[in-house]
Design a protein around this ligand. Structure first.
Ligand code: IPM
Ligand code: MN
Length: 355
């Protein structure tokens, strides 16, 4: 039987609870689809600081590099917020992304029919929204040198090389080919040189993808358009910091941050994680919504393992759970027939898979 090795990083806050539910669902679907999964757990984030003194132990990097894919919960919390920058959980996360070479961060924002009312936008504006934000993840202003803060003057550098733009551009065009073939590249080319190179490079790549309709948008306008008329977007490709901001906006357009997964892929091991954070305020109460993490596990099957049938089954099982009126507490106000706990939601989705 085909076996995939999954490295698991549960992290902090609600991380362990939601990852456990994703594993429950993965086990159910793998049994059905005739492959097997092996898991190994590694430390990262606040729990790693507490247990080893650093947010990203070397053992974690090595273990994940040796695995076929990484399932990631969430990291961080108030307890570690006052540590010096190099010891913060967030710094560990950025180092981790860099070590895995995951330059492409895919953040889908889709609307579930059952939850159109969960958005703050009008139903007619958001019905049918299906956007894929492709964010460059290991370059741009997050990593650019020089960077410093001497207490009087502080600076960061937004830098991209042409090869960096080309590889993320190709990822986005390839994705657009599999979708509605519309790609919007977001930049600030009216002000920034780095954005001009970004735009010129996207135009060059477009020659290899004549079927894809490429457009360009300034980031301020894109933020506005996402809220005004999100259906105009299919795939959005953008740099690290613009993608950070726009993907949060896109997630709120569809109104259910607890439902959105992400994939970070590149040269080495891909990382799959919910886009929401570690929510320490609700940790341990059994009220976290595990769906984003379960969806992320589905993306892992689809993108890393090519187990399309299994990934589709997970999508269907989640939709059925929502259709049947099961809601975790965060979504209790939206047509809930029954409010369930984190682990009950996992059970319901896992049971929906067993035909
Ligand atoms: C995200 C987060 C991170 C980022 C933080 C925690 C460093 O906001 O994954 O979007 O800015 O990339
Ligand atoms: Mn963010």
């Amino acid at each position: 039987m085909k076996t995939y090795n999954i490295s698991v990083i549960k992290g902090d806050g609600i991380g362990p609870e939601i990852v456990d539910e994703a594993i429950k669902v993965l086990d159910a679907v793998s049994y059905n689809c005739g492959f097997s999964l092996e898991y190994k757990e590694y430390l990262m984030g606040g729990i790693a600081i507490d247990m080893t003194g650093v947010p990203l132990p070397d053992e974690t990097v090595q273990g994940v590099l040796n695995s076929d894919a990484c399932l990631f919960g969430a990291i961080g919390g108030e307890k570690w917020d006052t540590l010096p920058r190099e010891l913060r959980p967030e710094t560990g996360l950025l180092k981790f992304r860099e070590a895995m070479g995951v330059y492409a961060n895919l953040r889908p924002a889709i609307i579930y029919d059952e939850l159109v009312n969960a958005s703050t936008l009008k139903p007619e504006v958001i019905e049918g929204v299906d956007i894929m934000v492709v964010r460059e993840l290991i370059g741009g202003i997050y990593f650019g040198q020089p960077r410093a803060n001497d207490g009087f003057k502080a600076y960061n550098t937004m830098v991209y090389t042409k090869p960096e733009i080309e590889r993320i551009g190709k990822t986005a065009f390839e994705l657009a080919m599999k979708r509605d073939k519309r790609l919007c590249s977001v930049d600030k080319a009216n002000v920034l040189e780095v954005s001009q190179l970004w735009r010129d490079t996207m135009e060059e790549i477009a020659k290899d993808y004549p079927e894809v309709k490429l457009s360009h948008m300034y980031v301020d306008n894109a933020a506005m358009q996402l809220v005004r008329n999100p259906k105009q977007f299919d795939v959005i490709v953008t740099g690290n910091i613009f993608g950070d901001i726009l993907s949060d906006t896109a997630s709120m357009v569809v109104g259910s941050i607890g439902l959105l997964p992400s994939a970070s892929t590149g040269d080495k091991t891909a990382i799959y994680e919910p886009i929401h954070g570690s929510a320490p305020d609700i940790a341990g109460q059994g009220i976290a919504n595990p769906i984003a993490t379960i969806e992320s596990a589905g993306m892992m099957l689809r993108y890393s393992f090519g187990e399309i049938e299994a990934a589709d089954l997970i999508d269907g099982a989640i939709k059925k759970a929502l259709k049947d009126g099961f809601r975790t507490k965060d979504l209790a106000a939206y047509d809930a027939k029954e409010v369930v706990t984190t682990s009950e939601m996992g059970d319901i989705i896992a049971n929906n898979l067993r035909k």
